[in-house]
Ligand binder design. Structure first.
Ligand SMILES: [Zn+2]
Length: 271
């Protein structure tokens, strides 16, 4: 699933590409992926200009005139491509927003878990976003983070990935942040010392920054807004490296399941 660095990369590109474009139409072959309905979205967004693009957690927010926002969640396999209307379409294309200047915003989604959602006005926007925890590069401060860890005995990796507690961290960056901080993914959060918590807090920022610098991880379906791969997959620290050597001590990276997700760690460095 695209995480903070992947969605941030798409956001930064789309912010430049979409600004000032006008929406001419929207169509779909999977109406269940358009919320609240294709009819309502159509009625509201046709003729509107795009003012800007933001990101909150793993949700993209396309701001339109008249306090309208089009939220896009890519979920497992969603992609959002900015293309010329003459370019060939992806076989998993689910929706198209036709834009001015012969451009299109195309939503592809192999597994169909993603969605486009119309959000009307500030109140609806606030209520849509209130379920997300603090943002690592905005309001996730260390005092909050330390308190969060001491408040629960859940495995630290599961806490890091809980979107209601912290926004934007998924399986890739949780694994790699825990490796950098030398913390075992299964360790109860409230058993982590203050010193380790500080290290983990810094590691989270370090791996997310690396993810953004490499324009995301394209080990699965993620591609940027122009259909290009990111390269963080060439820099994974532990993620998907089971059986390979730990970059720190040379021991073999182990894979376990935690909360149903593949979890990778060094049994020597991450006791
Ligand atoms: Zn090691």
């Amino acid at each position: 699933m695209p995480e903070l660095p992947e969605v941030e990369t798409i956001k930064r590109d789309l912010a430049k590409l979409l600004a000032g474009k006008k929406i001419f139409n929207i169509s779909t072959n999977t109406p269940k992926q358009i919320r609240p309905s294709l009819k309502t979205v159509k009625k509201n967004i046709i003729g509107k200009k795009i003012k800007g693009v933001k990101r909150r957690a793993k949700l993209l927010l396309i701001f339109l005139e008249d306090n309208l926002v089009l939220g896009v969640h890519l979920k497992m396999t969603g992609q959002l491509f900015f293309k010329k209307n003459t370019e060939p379409k992806n076989k998993h294309q689910r929706a198209v927003i036709t834009l001015s200047e012969g451009k299109e915003l195309r939503f592809n989604d192999l597994r169909k878990f993603g969605y486009l959602q119309l959000i009307k006005g500030k109140k609806e926007l606030d209520s849509t976003l209130e379920k997300y925890g603090p943002e690592p590069f905005l309001d996730l401060d260390f005092v909050y983070f330390k308190k969060l860890l001491t408040s629960t005995s859940r495995a630290i990796k599961i806490v890091l990935m809980d979107q209601s507690k912290i926004s934007g961290i998924g399986n890739i960056y949780a694994n790699d942040a825990l490796f950098l901080a030398r913390v075992n993914p299964a360790k109860p959060a409230n058993k982590i010392t203050a010193g380790k918590a500080k290290k983990l807090y810094n590691s989270i920022h370090q791996v997310l920054k690396a993810g953004i610098r490499f324009r995301g991880a394209s080990d699965q379906s993620y591609l940027d807004a122009l259909g290009q791969k990111g390269s963080y997959q060439d820099h994974f620290l532990t993620y998907k490296r089971a059986g390979e050597k730990c970059f720190n001590c040379g021991a073999k990276i182990k894979r376990i399941k935690l909360g149903g997700r593949g979890t990778f760690y060094c049994p020597i460095c991450q006791k």
